[in-house]
Design a protein around this ligand. Structure first.
Ligand code: HEC
Length: 161
């Protein structure tokens, strides 16, 4: 709301300048405004500038916070290419057993990774290396090297959100 209030004077001033310019100078503008009997036009011009001048920047600003804060679905937009690769690998090698909302995975053999408490990259890396917690219920080494790293970082970023 403060933003709109802040913008309002500038928009009004801008509209005035544009109106004058389009009418061919201050004298003509006055004449045009006063003599055009069409009141829809008189109202319409300022109104159009108001909508464009406030509505558009207002919307852009309102949405910016969401993009930066990284909440909701927009958060996936900030994933790096590494993360995208991690996501792809997760789909391929892990989603058959694990649920993870971020990739829409609905596996039930293993625990839901959104619900296992704090997830750190180390924890995921370790699970990949030893196979879960080492009880041989999850195969070890499904991915390794840099791929394991990408999966671990990806799961760390998205699990539980
Ligand atoms: C064949 C099914 C299966 C696949 C595929 C699988 N998991 Fe698991 N996972 C399990 C099971 C079962 C457990 C729980 C048993 C345990 O903790 O040892 C588990 C546990 C885990 C845990 C929790 C460990 C902890 O610290 O509590 C993590 C993290 C995990 N898996 C990540 C992954 C990742 C990442 C992949 C893909 C590379 C993957 N899993 C693929 C079955 C699977």
């Amino acid at each position: 709301m403060e933003i709109i209030a802040f913008l309002l004077p500038f928009v009004l001033l801008g509209s005035l300048v544009v109106f004058i310019a389009f009418s061919g100078g201050p004298g003509k503008a006055r004449e045009a405004y006063l003599t055009s009997g069409n009141s829809a036009f008189k109202l319409g011009v300022p109104l159009a500038f108001l909508v464009l001048g406030i509505g558009v920047p207002g919307l852009v600003m309102a949405n910016r916070g969401e993009a930066e804060g990284g909440t909701g679905s927009l958060r996936s937009a900030s994933l790096t290419t590494e993360d995208a690769e991690g996501k792809r690998l997760f789909r391929e090698r892990c989603s058959s057993c694990h649920s993870l909302a971020a990739v829409n995975a609905r596996g039930v053999t293993g625990p839901n990774l959104d619900r296992i408490g704090e997830v750190t990259p180390q924890r995921v890396r370790n699970a990949i290396r030893v196979g879960g917690t080492g009880e041989k219920r999850m195969p070890a080494g499904l991915v390794d090297g840099p791929e394991a790293e990408k999966v671990a970082n990806y799961v760390f970023k998205v699990a539980g959100r």
